[in-house]
Design a protein around this ligand. Sequence first.
Ligand code: BAL
Length: 279
Amino acid sequence: MNIELAQVPGIEGDLDANLGLALAYIERAREDTDLIIFPETHLTGFAEQGAAASRAISPNDPVFHTLHQAAERQNLAIALGFLERDDADGCFNASVLITPEDGILLHYRKTHLWTDERALVTPGDRLVCVEWRGRRIGLMICYDLEFPETARALATLGAELIVITNGNMDPYEPVHHHLARARAIENQCFVAMANRCGTGAGYTFAGGSAVFAPNGECLAQLQREEGSTHAAIDFSLNRTARGTYDYLADRRIPLVDQNDAKDQRIRHFQLPDTDASPQ
Ligand code: BAL
């Protein structure tokens, strides 16, 4: 599987500009690219005080049909983030995996909210992993990376590749660089994170997008500037890494997961309720 990381800036509240930038990267993706990954909330920009619901869009928004058409044209999958508006449940920090065959195949709502978004969006209540073209892919968003349980849960669901739509800001680039590598090693899977660059929502974003192999090798990395990079994922390395020892098999503290009744390709973890919701 050939992955492209699109390390791009965003403009808070400017859906058209952010979509246009994503489409430009998709259209000029390398012909052999199977999956292109964009940052956290790329389509809408971050939630900010007084500007969460107004920026948020529904997964039924026509923008996702436009992205599905682009995925079909380029025969590649797209992972990207957006602020989601759910008329019943409020706003979420969400990411989707859009495939040529399905449209939105995987829809994940950030379960571990960063400090200043807890008053603005509602945390998700499940971790999800899906099988696409014979490979199991899990989604995480930014702060999720900073909790070992999250990646471990996705690995327990069979994730061979963990995709992170990232919005990591200064001074935390080293945190995400080291933790993404650690998550790959400790779960013996690939980790690919596309981070935002530039400034916005009061932050300076750290870039540092990277792909790590199950042995911790860095297969691709960007510095702070806008751009894209590529990595070829050889999933046989997952088995190689687990040849001598298998962390998941050797665990003493197991996690129990559930299957998705509607689509057996999807498995998930249901998280316990939390009182973290917008005040
Ligand atoms: N270290 C930043 C985490 C986040 O913005 O989700």
